[in-house]
Design a binder for this molecule. Sequence first.
Ligand code: HEM
Length: 453
Amino acid sequence: MLETANKPIPKNNKAHWLLGGSYYLMQDPIQYLFKNMADNQGIFKLTSPIFKTVVVYRPDYIKYVLQDNNKNYTKSRAYKIVSGLLGQGLLTSEGDFWRKQRRMAQPAFHKERLNAMLDIMVSCTDETIADLAAIKPSETTNMANHMMALTLNVVAKAMFGSEVPDGIVQTVGRELNIANELALERVSSLLIVPLWVPTRKNTEQLRACNALYKVIDDIIEKRRRSPGEYDDLLQMLMDAKDEDTGEQMSDKQLRDECLTIFLAGHETTALALSWLWKLLHDSPDKKAKLVAEVEQVLGDKKPGLEDLRNLPYTRMCIDEAMRLYPPAWAIGRRTIEADVIGEHIIAPGTNVILPVYCIHRSPDLWDQPDDFIPERFDKDNAKGANKFAYFPFGGGPRLCIGNNFAIMEMQIIVAMLVQHFNFKLPAGQEIEVDTLLTLRPKGSRMPMIVETR
Ligand code: HEM
């Protein structure tokens, strides 16, 4: 295949004299990516003095990277930096080790297992409803923070059982946030000071990580000392056995998986929800349709498992929010051996960027790409079903393990919150996007006025 592939890869169309296209990518990634995608070749080379990088944006090419030839790709540099801090969990591990861990963890996320999480999701949402109800109508509040606290609470209780004392959730939230922010700074800098150099930031980073390790190690140790009947994710992971060797996870592996699930599982979900509240504010007709569905199916009662199936429009709004604002706005890979994408030869060790945000808004793939139209995800609509034109949870074997968990959680949260509240952006409030590792509102702020229904 390598012999017949000879089509040159187009280069980025604007480059800094020293730093190449990567300079403009760092300045304004989304605009720069869109500009370079306009020639519609499906791939372009991002010039840089340090890294070999291509950006790939045709759905069939994306399928090739994530699925068909996934064995030739490892995760990109950003994941390696996160793994240096949060260990070797599912998100960052590779090869046989990842395969074994994924096989062991998968049953914990099966649909039947998730059903047991419904009560946790409902009771955590109830706590948030109480917090929001206490806010005066004259005040604005940061919905991004409320969503972050809520999804962290859900994932902590799903992981460790609902008897986990509140203080622990707050400690994990605080330290995880510090570790995450500092990891982010490292990801976005060209020059990285090794963690063993005792700079102020490195010291803070290590302190936060050690605090997290201690909280989780203590819980695991307590469980080992007094095993019992627990019905949570940690117990599932502790009981999981490799089907070939009968091996179980060590305490270190358990800790890494717990931390990974905390990190991967709460911020993404909170961001999708935060963006959805903004979109609903901007589209009163869609909001009215959503509220009508919830009123008709639930009235005043809390959602049960059966109800979720009967809330298709709620689900469509969530899908559409993740199209317009995919929390994982870009996915990164690196080639192991030389490869051929389309007719283009890709050198070994090339970073491959899959710009999820731009593909989700490509005018070649979507009608009215920037408009909030949940109806496009109606199950009869073929566009919404184009798998690699819409991939907020990634794809192929490394598809998000928590996708069903997240969808169920978001449906419950959205339905319960619209039963109680109407969220409004203050007049004239613009919300810009911030392209960090995840797609956040600028300053992590989604200021909103909370009106009780
Ligand atoms: C809206 C919410 C979520 C979004 C948008 C999201 C997105 C993603 C994406 C795009 C990936 C693949 C990354 C890649 O291929 O490089 C991923 C992987 C992962 N996610 Fe999620 N995620 C969400 C919620 C969750 C939840 C709730 C959990 C756990 C409770 C979770 C746990 C994980 C884990 C462990 C992986 C790594 C899987 C593997 O490589 O085997 N995520 N997620």
